[in-house]
Design a protein around this ligand. Structure first.
Ligand code: HAM
Length: 434
């Protein structure tokens, strides 16, 4: 009896990256990496597995309890496959807190796992560019992080009609809710959870949840009004609030930098993660079909303190995923022809020539920086040419017994179909001129 065949499909919500897919991913992450390095961000990394505790402590209920892949190892340790990078980077910073040169500008591009319901823009495995600044409490770090976020989309020639940075402030949020609804810190936190879900549930459910927290129709209307206010109007509702002042300073600085056209104040941005304390923001694609946030981030003052007693190193940063970026680039037509190959040479083979003659050619070409390969296997010449065409080779090198004897080599340009015969020692010269 035949054993049942195994599936070729990857696990639900994960993707295989065939070479063409890798080409795309390497292209966009390559551009992002260069832009970040140009802005003097340094790359770091950490392990895929972390102690589950670090997510329970601060990431928030949804991520820690519902979305982590977690297990107990053979030594009885409770571990999670990282669902996000921020607790890891806070741990790294805490681990060398006395040696590091603050303010730090760090980035990483880890793959992350979340047990999500797979849908457009959300999968179970994604790659996430993480950009964070540690050790600067002033709005300048928030500004640097937001302007970096904008610059990473401008790298792809995106303009302000294609995306917007939606900005709010947690401290302001708590203060204005307290002013409107008379809630204490815990009450404001509960209201924030309801407001965070506002667009995901019907209006009646949203109102019912707020009423259950003690808000009446008048207070709900006052909260509604915040969604259409400018920063100045919103800040005027609680002028004593430090968060309100932070918002005003940040928007003034964004304006001065010429970035106002990319940014909007949005009272609906709360962020699901519990560790944010100040500025919070999301970058949204303006195309309605791409309705999941592309970037999410903000300021967190207490994360490093999870690992080091009395640490006062604050952080601010964002995460930016490959799934939403790819949707964005495709929707707005921002992917150039990255599949076009430059010079790529296949050295074809004949049986009457020793194999080492061909490997010598390939070594010479590679030493000269020409991308090349020998044909591996023993197919007829016609099949080797077919392989070259299908594999996007630009040229084939042909050397049979008679050419070898005459110390000559033929080169066929598969793009123009032209064929030339050269002295063997002129091969590198030929490709250098291409
Ligand atoms: P986050 O909002 O959970 O924040 O994720 C940030 C971004 O990662 C999202 O806007 C989206 O592009 C991408 N992303 C998140 N989950 C998924 C998913 N299931 N599938 C595809 N893409 C996804 C954080 O993770 C914070 N740790 C970011 C941060 C860094 N805050 C400060 N520094």
């Amino acid at each position: 009896m035949c054993a049942q065949l195994l599936s070729t499909k990857p696990y639900k919500g994960t993707r295989d990256f065939y070479p063409a897919d890798m080409k795309l991913r390497n292209w966009f992450f390559g551009r992002i990496r260069s832009a970040l390095e140009l802005a003097s961000f340094e790359e770091y990394n950490g392990p895929m597995l972390e102690s589950l505790e670090i997510y329970i402590a601060k990431s928030g209920e949804e991520i820690a309890n519902e979305q982590t892949y977690n297990f107990t190892d053979r030594g009885g340790r409770r571990l999670a496959v990282r669902p996000e990078m921020t607790p890891t980077v806070a741990r790294l910073v805490a681990g060398k807190i006395n040696e590091l040169n603050f303010p730090l500008k760090w980035f990483s591009i880890p793959n992350l796992y979340r047990y999500e319901n797979p849908q457009r823009g959300r999968l179970r495995e994604h790659w996430q560019v993480n950009v964070d600044i540690f050790g600067c409490d002033s709005y300048e770090a928030d500004l640097e992080v937001i302007s970096t976020a904008i610059s990473l989309l401008k790298v792809f020639d995106a303009d302000s009609s294609m995306f917007k940075v939606h900005i709010n402030n947690r401290r302001f949020f708590n203060d204005v809710i307290a002013a409107i609804a008379g809630t204490d810190a815990e009450g404001s936190r509960k209201v924030s959870k309801v407001i965070d879900r506002k667009n995901k549930v019907p209006r009646e459910v949203y109102e019912k949840d707020l009423i259950a927290l003690g808000l009446d129709a008048d207070k709900i209307a006052k909260i509604d009004a915040l969604y259409t206010m400018s920063v100045a109007e919103a800040a005027a509702l609680c002028p004593e609030s430090r968060g309100a002042q932070e918002l005003i300073d940040l928007f003034a600085a964004l304006e001065a930098l010429g970035l106002a056209e990319y940014c909007v104040f949005d009272f609906g941005i709360i962020r699901g993660l519990d560790y944010y304390t100040g500025t919070v923001f999301e970058v949204l694609d303006t195309a309605p079909e791409n309705n999941r946030a592309m970037f999410g981030g903000g300021r967190y003052d207490n994360l490093v303190g999870l690992f080091v007693k009395n640490a006062t190193v604050s952080g601010v940063g964002f995460g930016f995923g490959d799934v939403t970026l790819e949707n964005f680039l495709i929707t707005h037509n921002l992917i150039p022809d990255i599949y076009a190959e430059g010079v790529k040479v296949l050295v074809t083979k004949f049986d009457d020539v020793p194999y080492s003659e061909y490997t010598k050619i390939v070594s010479t070409l590679r030493e000269a920086g020409v991308q090349s390969s020998i044909y591996i296997g023993s197919k007829k010449f016609g099949k080797q040419i077919e392989y070259a065409v299908k594999g996007n080779y630009s040229h084939v090198v042909i050397m049979g017994g008679s050419e070898l004897e005459a110390k000559q080599i033929k080169v066929k340009d598969l793009r123009t179909r032209e064929e030339v015969t050269l002295d063997s020692d002129k091969l590198v010269e030929y490709f250098s001129a291409q």
